[in-house]
Design a protein around this ligand. Sequence first.
Ligand code: SF4
Length: 534
Amino acid sequence: MFYELNKCEKNPLRADIRFASVYPNVYKTAMSSLGYQIIYGLVNEREDSYCERVVYPSVRSLETNSPLRDFDIISFTIQYEQDYFNVLEILRKAEIPLRRKDRTGNDPLIIAGGPCATANPLPLSDFIDVFVIGEAEVVLNDFLDLYLDLKNNGRFNMNDLSPFLDIESLYISEFKNKAKIAVLEDMNDAYQLTRPIITQTDDEGLMPVFSNSIFLNVSRACTRGCRFCMSSYLYRPQREVNADLLVDTALKISENTGLKKINLIGAAVSDYSHIDYLIETLREKGFVVSTPSMRIESITKDILVSLRKSGLKTLTIAPESIESIRKKINKDIPDEKIFEVVKDAVELGFNIKLYFIIGLSSSSDEDIVELRDFIKIIDSMKYDIDSNSKSSSRKAKVSIKFSVNPLIPKPHTPMQWNAYDMKDIKSKIRYLKKNLKGVDIKFDSAKMGLIQYVLSCGDRDIGELLEKSLTRKISMKEWKENAPNYSLGDELPWDLIDVSVSKEFLISEHEKMETKDQTPWCEEFGCYDCGACH
Ligand code: SF4
């Protein structure tokens, strides 16, 4: 059984613009993406356009089964660097020339957006005609208006995309132009998905991650300033939607879908300034509220109680590392606070998932031993706190799972000048695997981390490697040879993309990693002039 509620049905022959919104990963991931659903809603609100979805590995639309070649515009939403391979595979399967220089006026216009395309479009720049830099709501309608105007006046020319340079948040590979990120100023104007597509299926493989729940976008960006976190630097400043507007939106969505389960979405939902009021009000209106994104510092027992009462079963938090490394990455949370949150969550019956990163180049052998001990302490907290029994037959009250991932330096962050040391990461994973037997712990592969690093921080040349990957496996040796190694003062491939945060600020944050100096949260301690608000 497979059925989609709220799918948009229009006559494609009547549309001036046939727009294929392509997600280069499987259906389950595509339909779990708020950004992907926003594009669908935004474009379909236009009378002149019909947006249909194409989801990897298919090259036909879900709405009318049309082949990709039939569309005027093909738009890729790129949220993960690993999806670059699928972008190329889709183009090839759809019989669209891979390289933009080989395309003609008979081919669709290929555009791309999303955090990866925004941060560093260079690795894909030989394959994509136009990159949308920043938040789609701000740019997409202007782009489509201009496209239509050019087309209607016979001025649209695939070989001359210069008219699109008038929109400052578009990056066009052939012009190597400077592009400025588009960020919505007032979140109360953000597109709220009042008619989301809801998937009904008995096939687990197709079921979106937050199946049968309403996405409520409460805020965007987090300015806490963790020095490794790309989204913390891309979409500044922090912006929030009014709480009553969110409640009204939730009621509208519920009317349109019959759903009563809500997922609060935002960079750091527990930082939302009226979080208690919002959860309580939604709960009073009969909603079950959960959220995948909580900052440890702002989790209080009251928030946990509210979330538990409204049905949340699993708490996900990211301590990242031991306290001294947290200081280096500007996530200065004392161990005691983490223990307190875990203890409260265990008492309330939450299962807990914790995320860690390894591979900060300056971390020592002692640090990894300390990390092992830290994980062991947290793991032991799943047993009944009051129980004095130390026997191995103790029963865990809840489940505690750990996920350890290689730290990948990302563009536009203070860590963009750091290297990726695969050997060091591999040895740390080996050590933790050996010394954390019996702990429910998963590791992301160090090799995949290297590939991701090359794709995130690489230059235009990476395009060749991507193209070769269509016909043969790229060896680890080749990935290593293509891993960049930037120094302060180097020109960076993504310098053309202005995300508003100044380079001077990033350099000073980079230097502070050594001294462990903290940069306090601007929302609470005042502006430190990163550049985003001017
Ligand atoms: S300019 Fe100031 S207030 Fe704005 S995001 Fe940067 S530090 Fe925060």
